[in-house]
Ligand binder design. Structure first.
Ligand SMILES: [Zn+2]
Length: 271
């Protein structure tokens, strides 16, 4: 790593650089880092926004949706004029306006078993910002098998949950071995969500991403935070690795190609 912060960057990131926990080396590490955000919706918006502002040098955005008017109540990186545009393009324009240091790599694709491993391969950290069980398991399985740390966030009405998966701790499948049968859990666009709610969970995901890239603090791994906006409460639950887990257990599979992922009728980014 070579330090090459120019005077503009020293100014832009001065509130980072002044802290011992970040410093110029930490800022350079952020600028040199590549993060993939899967989903440019309610959770992905604050994640993209804060990672770009913080100077994460490469942000991949994977999403195959277009911006709809009903998204704008919570998906804050998209604007009125973006309705009908691909979300990845809207996200890239937002970042370009915020911070020219950041390269956005747009992936206008649906995450599938045959592309997920290639998609995450170029990235240091992955943010699961979808609200779709198929994509959630694909991201978990591909990241865990490749040793890529990632953040998981999910939202529902007035509640959210968030955790970080590192290579040291259990994976999402240790907690929830299989997706619930379709129809059992409301996970679609038909479910409401409070406008500011994804901001709370997404900001925790962005914070965890920056900490991981900086190697600072204690990751939110092996524990999940449950947020209840109505009660305004945060509850932390610890969980353990499952030695029988097919992804991170004693006898793991080698590729997501060995797993069958049920099709879902929900749109990929219904958050
Ligand atoms: Zn596991």
């Amino acid at each position: 790593m070579s330090l090459s912060l120019d005077p503009t960057q020293l100014d832009r990131y001065s509130r980072h650089i002044i802290m011992d926990e970040v410093g110029p080396e930490g800022q350079q590490a952020l600028l040199d880092a590549a993060v993939l955000v899967v989903g440019a919706g309610g959770l992905g918006s604050p994640v993209v926004q804060y990672l770009a502002a913080a100077g994460v040098g490469t942000i991949g955005v994977a999403d195959d949706d277009e911006v709809e008017l009903s998204n704008l109540q919570r998906q804050i990186i998209h604007g009125n004029d973006d309705v009908g545009r691909p979300k990845v393009e809207s996200a890239a324009d937002f970042v370009a306006d915020l911070n020219p240091d950041v390269d956005v790599e747009t992936h206008e694709v649906r995450v599938e078993p045959d592309n997920v491993e290639d998609l995450i391969a170029e990235y240091d950290f992955v943010v699961d910002a979808t609200d779709n069980f198929r994509t959630r398991y694909l991201v978990n399985d591909a990241c865990t098998l490749s040793g890529t740390p990632f953040s998981h966030g999910a939202i529902y009405k007035f509640e959210g949950q968030v955790t970080t998966f590192t290579t040291e701790e259990p994976c999402y499948r240790c907690l929830f071995p299989e997706a619930p049968p379709e129809g059992m859990v409301a996970d679609c666009a038909t479910t409401g969500v409070l406008g500011a709610l994804p901001g709370t969970i997404g900001n925790i995901q962005a914070t965890e991403t920056l900490k991981c890239l900086l190697g600072a603090g204690e990751p939110l791994d092996g524990r999940m935070i449950f947020y209840d906006a109505m009660e305004m409460s945060f509850e932390e639950v610890q969980f353990r690795p499952n030695p029988d887990c097919p992804i991170c257990g004693d006898d793991p599979i080698e590729s997501v190609a060995e797993v069958s992922y049920a099709e879902e009728s929900c749109p990929v980014n219904a958050d």
